[in-house]
Design a protein around this ligand. Sequence first.
Ligand code: AMP
Ligand code: MG
Length: 517
Amino acid sequence: MLTFDNRFLRELPGDPEPHNRVRQVRGACWSAVMPTPVPAPSLLAYSSEMAAALDIDPVALHTPPLLDVLAGNALLPGMQPWAACYGGHQFGNWAGQLGDGRAISLGEVINRAGERWEMQLKGAGPTPYSRRADGRAVLRSSLREFLCSEAMHHLGIPTTRALSLVATGAPVMRDMFYDGNAREEAGAIVCRVAPSFIRFGNFEILAARGERELLQRLVDFTIARDFPEIDRTDADRLHVWFAEICVRTGRLIAKWMQVGFVHGVMNTDNMSILGLTIDYGPYGWVDNFDPGWTPNTTDAEGRRYRYGRQPEIARWNLERLADALQLLIPDSSTLDAALAAYDAAYADEATRIFAGKFGFNHWRDDDAELTGELFALLQEAEMDMTIFFRQLAVFNVNQPDINVFRDAFYREDLRTKFTPAFAAWLERYVRRLQQDAVPSPQRVAQMNRFNPCYVLRNYLAQQAIERAEQGDPGMIMELLATLRDPYTEQPGRADFASRRPDWARHKAGCSMLSCSS
Ligand code: AMP
Ligand code: MG
């Protein structure tokens, strides 16, 4: 038996219109909506950690009634499904009302430990916010969301979680590259889980409509439910709260940079108020190091959401949230202080992380030059980011051997060409380490806590997708088992740590992804 306490519904106004038809929803934060049933649910994968957090026995996920709940075919007592109203800035422009167009929250579970976990189905059918789309999700994108949510969690990166991946048995029509070649694909539903799914856009839509009173209510609700450590009687609570959002966001983005994660669609409706990674769409992982890389074909032109620009974009998004909150405060200067806290939080976390990755005792000002040269080299020589950093701890400073980096190179000609420059850099690096005088075993242990061996490389997710589409979902749980412990080298799992194979370099799903999912 799960206990539900649906505060979002209880404490915030809902849409009075009961019909599930697409519309503008004003004066409300949510609309009641039922998931649309599917013909043939089957469980493809689940997270045992997430099940444990919800006090659910994973065995129960395989059969009704829980399987039906995860497919949108049934509700448990206490569930009250709803879709949230939010707006957002997409690719730099205000887009108006967006909302949960294919996400339906089922309820807020209170577990035995007293934690609040909102359960939300993604792909469970249309809602009043579906605009012109169908409210469904395809297997490939659902599988990617399921695996990446859990992989991020195990990497130690704040994220929404995933409990289950369920095939629906109903096909979904998609034009993957918007080129007129629509085809039927397998449909699936992920049950996402998070303490809160509130986004920057939930506030922006109210400000855009001038719904000042409701905006104040949503701010007070969010502080009370999601930021209990903030004193809600403090006259200055809005500033304290916004500064906290800025700090959390700064730390989050630094962690993305740590592991080479590129979100791909950092629109303000995809920014979590809790500083979680949210909305896994055309995301990707940097293979050969390149700050200009974006996995999102929809973004190929402007590359707004490229790897190296994520810190700047997160700040831009926080500025849009500040614009919305401005409606509640007369004095603009104080929100600028919180935005400065973003810059500081990002810088502090990024230097802590990169000192960790390079094995430095702490970050020194002159490290920017040394590491900057390395990043330029990694890019020019087309070296794999994950393998380079993992091997940097294998590199023996007493008996330097450049061959430990062999697997990091994608191109033999570039390896030959850049070996002298790389060797020269390694000499300087060794001198830098000697200045810290940290014993090697200690340094290596530190580096291995910052440099994952396993990340959800784009081609690995694609292989799991292709097998699942052919009826064999086994690789999903196999990948999850490895990604559960990403900082530890695991026997027999070398395949999951290897660099992108040549066949995947320009393949759809591996280096090119679209928002069509
Ligand atoms: P995204 O870029 O995936 O974060 O989605 C932006 C907006 O489009 C959100 O409001 C989504 O709910 C909505 N959306 C995306 N895909 C669908 C779909 N298949 N059906 C309904 N709404 C969708
Ligand atoms: Mg979204």
